[in-house]
Design a protein around this ligand. Structure first.
Ligand SMILES: [Zn+2]
Length: 275
């Protein structure tokens, strides 16, 4: 009996060692090489037991996101899984506003759309979403704000009125949700070590040449496609670019094809899914 037990233990231990070796090889050798060549993670979705939304929540996605409507059935389950994971990970705090199902799903859906090409999409830089009904006064800056990412408070803050107008008007290159969440991804890429953060950072270095290089910058200024606010600093530049990427992708691509592709690779976005 002891012999059999020892044999089984040896087999089990061998399997664990083989598994660890495989994971180590994949994580530290195979995937980094793959990313270097193809500029994307080896896989994006692996959810053996996908989390599900209830019917009402799914109806909100159908109604509010043309992006979601266009996904295949399989990708819709991945999208739902991610929205549900978002809702379970981050707390919603309403400040003089009731955070309804609609509010939560529209905010979560915006984030999931932005990060749909990333494998590591839930970042630890924030743990709550604070929602105000309209613009709010910040005692720190002594100004009214529509939204912000506050790394110190680990919070993303939105004026719901402005979030909704950005969400509903889909072709004016203004989208508060995408804007603030892009700030989060940017911060994460500066420190993160996961595959998606590394890809984001590498491509960001290409994107930011258009901000730093006088010649490239002059090209942008000449066409005046991006709004003035983009040139405030590197952080705003990136967020404004991502708003344009989602709202008027065809114009962006026609005007600045190389820059468009860098932004696309940065978030590994499937171009076919853009409207
Ligand atoms: Zn900003």
């Amino acid at each position: 009996m002891d012999g059999v037990l020892l044999f089984l233990l040896t087999i089990l231990l061998s399997l664990v060692v083989v598994l660890l070796l495989f994971v180590g090889f994949f994580k530290f050798m195979f995937e980094p090489a793959f990313i270097l060549i193809f500029k994307r993670p080896v896989f994006l979705y692996w959810y053996p037991i996908p989390k599900k939304l209830n019917q009402h929540q799914r109806q909100i996605l159908e109604k509010e996101f043309s992006f979601y409507r266009k996904l295949s059935d399989k990708k819709k389950t991945y999208f739902e899984h991610r929205v549900k994971s978002f809702l379970l990970t981050y707390k919603f705090v309403g400040n003089e506003i009731v955070v309804t199902n609609d509010v939560r799903i529209i905010i979560a859906g915006t984030y999931v759309m932005l990060t749909f090409g990333m494998r590591n999409y839930l970042v630890p830089l924030f743990n709550k979403i604070i929602v105000y009904p309209t613009v709010y006064y910040s005692t720190i800056t002594e100004h009214y704000h529509k939204g912000e990412f506050n790394p110190r408070l680990k919070a993303v803050v939105f004026s719901w009125e402005d979030f909704v107008s950005g969400h509903q008007v889909t072709n004016n290159n203004i989208n508060l949700g995408l804007h603030e969440f892009s700030h989060v991804l940017h911060f994460h890429a500066l420190k993160g070590k996961d595959s998606s953060a590394i890809i984001f950072y590498d491509e960001f270095m290409e994107v930011i040449k258009y901000y730093n290089d006088a010649g490239l910058n002059a090209q942008l200024n000449q066409k005046a496609y991006f709004r003035e606010y983009a040139y405030e600093n590197q952080f705003e530049f990136l967020s404004v670019l991502l708003e344009h990427f989602f709202e008027t992708p065809h114009i962006f691509k026609a005007e600045f094809p190389d820059l468009f592709q860098s932004v696309r690779r940065m978030i590994n976005f499937d171009e076919k899914l853009l409207c």
